[in-house]
Design a protein. Structure first.
Length: 318
């Protein structure tokens, strides 16, 4: 028995040792390749940034306008342009079959849509742009926003985490404040005209709300961190596309779930935040958690609409 036990231990040691050596070799190889890829990408973006910097001769306002205003606006309108085609025409069905509130905006009211586009453009030109002018002088004060050297990708990830946390806190509390009866009646009600939202109405709001809930929560993080203009451009674009997804009315494959905020537009007194962390802590998602929408609140990793795989319970006859 002792001999068999010894043989078994030798075989086990041999297998484990071989496995450990193989794992170490693979891990070192993968780590080396990832590091080389990381360095190559960093070098590529640094080169592109310097070309852009010298193209505009280091003119800080031009660079800031391009990164903080033009690039995010193009990202917003390109993304929402595709969604609006689906909203108005009902095509392509690849998009419209993923509608969350079935039977709503099918098709969207074009008169109501034109009014929303007009309001959004006014908010961008007459609210967001002047606020960006003020932000420009804040960023100049920091001094490193227009540096010739880009931040590392690791640092950008740190910044992104901080930006997201700040946005969650500021948006949750200003949004919940806007639901107080007096403020809701005179300010926030405009945004809630769309009980079944579409992407472009993500910044369809009263000017006061656009300042307090839409713009400041996104701008505050980069101003506190003194971020590089490239980080600002990436963050603003990401924020605009993310809020458009939250409002788009379609639960599309491989994109973040919009069920949380769509439920807010449907019920008004649930799901005030972006991430849902503060809603969980304050108990403002308890009704949402008891619904089928909560079960559908996940990234769709197939092409079967969640409205089909997790349908609403049939209504009982009166």
């Amino acid at each position: 028995q002792a001999e068999k036990l010894w043989d078994a231990l030798k075989v086990t040691a041999c297998i484990l040792g071989t496995g450990l050596l193989t794992f170490t070799a693979l891990a070192n190889t993968i780590s080396w390749n990832v590091q080389n890829l990381w360095d190559a990408l960093g070098h590529f973006w640094q080169t592109m940034w310097l070309k852009l910097y010298y193209l505009f001769e280091g003119k800080e306002w031009t660079i800031f306008f391009l990164g903080a205003a033009l690039v995010p606006s193009l990202a917003f309108w390109c993304f929402n342009g595709i969604l609006m085609v689906a909203d108005v025409t009902g095509k392509p069905t690849f998009i419209t079959r993923y509608r969350i509130q079935l039977g709503k905006n099918d098709p969207v009211d074009t008169k109501k849509l034109r009014q929303a586009i007009y309001t959004v453009l006014c908010n961008q030109f007459f609210i967001s742009f002047p606020m960006l002018v003020l932000m420009f002088y804040v960023m100049k004060w920091w001094g490193n926003t227009f540096s010739k050297e880009l931040p590392t990708f690791r640092w950008f990830l740190v910044e992104l985490s901080i930006f997201t946390l700040i946005e969650e806190i500021l948006f949750y509390y200003t949004h919940r404040l806007a639901h107080l009866p007096l403020l809701y009646k005179h300010i926030h009600k405009k945004h809630h005209e769309w009980t079944a939202p579409i992407g472009v109405v993500s910044i369809y709001a009263h000017p006061v709300e656009h300042i307090l809930s839409n713009t400041l929560p996104v701008m505050t993080g980069p101003m506190i961190m003194g971020s590089h203009i490239v980080s600002i451009a990436a963050w603003f674009s990401l924020a605009l596309i993310t809020t458009s997804i939250s409002h788009c009315g379609y639960h599309l494959p491989f994109l973040p779930s919009p069920e949380f905020h769509d439920f807010h537009h449907l019920k008004f007194n649930q799901c005030y935040g972006v991430l849902g962390v503060l809603d969980y802590l304050h108990g403002t998602d308890t009704v949402f958690r008891q619904t089928k929408a909560y079960e559908r609140h996940r990234v769709l990793l197939s092409f079967t609409p969640l409205s089909e795989s997790i349908p609403e319970a049939p209504k009982r006859a009166e």
